[in-house]
Design a binder for this molecule. Structure first.
Ligand code: GLU
Length: 308
């Protein structure tokens, strides 16, 4: 029997020695002001048992982790049809690269780079009729997954993103020019920024990805969100594309499906076992949480959990 709490405490002890390394995201003021000396590690097992260490109650901007939830919703609605508009290949490029999108005719490589997530948001706006309704569905979905109806988004972050979001707007405009965006690019990008600005803590996020550890069904409530096959596909895309152009490195060192966000969160899934979330705002050169990635590497070493 593995003593998870003991493992988390050992990890906390070791990784916090690395405070001071890495840099917080500075592309918008709201994120650059976050205290880098924070660290949390949360586990929720499929039995519903929870283990936490560090700043696990601190809410942070989930940013690109939201792409996981919108991908799930869109896959549930459109099934295989979705792949006509977005692929499932690693990009090997930074998350906001325009170049690849140009020569691949406006079809983003995968749902976890910005262009892919913007297309996914567009499909949700189509399905739900308007941007407000689509965002409400996304928010209610994460609330349901986390079992907390108070989860909301930070309008300061989303407004600031909109003021500085020239590159994301370029991606959306480029896709519009290739007919791979149905709605007004500004509206789609605004909705995308709202989903990125959802605030959650590591406890809630670890709980929120539990359905992916259990074939699409929340093992605690019994709710079926997606099919087993769809859950397997999402885990595969997380493994191959979840960490921008450092996805190979994450698979190499950690070996779990995972998704990071520039707010400092990383979620990971141990299939059949648990949902995990780490949080630490200082990022490595690829834009992934520096301590969070180190901590996950230690966790797989100590627990023996890895899909390889
Ligand atoms: N809102 C951020 C952007 O689109 C998300 C970045 C991220 O977490 O990767 O630039």
């Amino acid at each position: 029997m593995i003593d998870y709490q003991e493992i988390l405490e050992e990890i906390y002890e070791e990784v916090t020695k690395h405070y001071g390394e890495g840099r917080v995201a500075d592309y918008i003021p709201a994120l650059s002001e976050v205290d880098p000396r924070q660290f949390a590690f949360s586990i929720v097992t499929k039995e519903g048992d929870e283990y936490h260490v560090g700043d696990s109650s601190v809410k942070f901007s989930i940013q690109s982790i939201s792409k996981l939830f919108t991908f799930t919703l869109a896959l549930d609605i459109y099934s295989r049809e979705l792949y006509k508009r977005v692929g499932v290949e690693p990009s090997g490029n930074p998350f906001n690269s325009l170049v690849q999108l140009e020569y691949e005719h406006g079809i983003p490589r995968n749902p976890f780079i910005n262009a892919g997530a913007i297309v996914i948001t567009d499909t949700l706006i189509n399905h739900y009729g308007d941007d407000y309704k689509a965002f409400e569905v996304v928010l209610n979905f994460v609330r349901d997954l986390a079992g907390d109806s108070s989860i909301t988004f930070d309008p300061v972050v989303s407004t600031s993103e909109m003021e500085h979001g020239f590159r994301n707007l370029s991606l959306a405009n480029l896709m519009k020019s290739f007919d791979n965006l149905d709605n007004d690019p500004r509206v789609v990008v605004q909705t995308y920024f709202k989903q990125c600005a959802i605030s959650m803590n590591s406890r809630e996020l670890a709980r929120s990805v539990l359905y992916l550890a259990n074939g699409g069904v929340d093992p605690v409530t019994g709710k079926e969100y997606i099919t087993k096959t769809q859950a397997r596909r999402i885990n595969a895309v997380m493994l191959t594309c979840g960490h921008y152009d450092a996805s190979g490195e994450f698979a190499f060192h950690v070996g779990l499906p995972g998704k990071s966000g520039v707010g400092g969160g990383v979620v990971a899934v141990v299939p059949g076992e648990m949902g995990i979330c780490t949080f630490s705002p200082a990022l490595n050169k690829y834009g992934n949480s520096h301590l969070g990635t180190l901590a996950l590497e230690m966790f797989v070493e100590k627990s023996g959990f890895s899909i390889f």
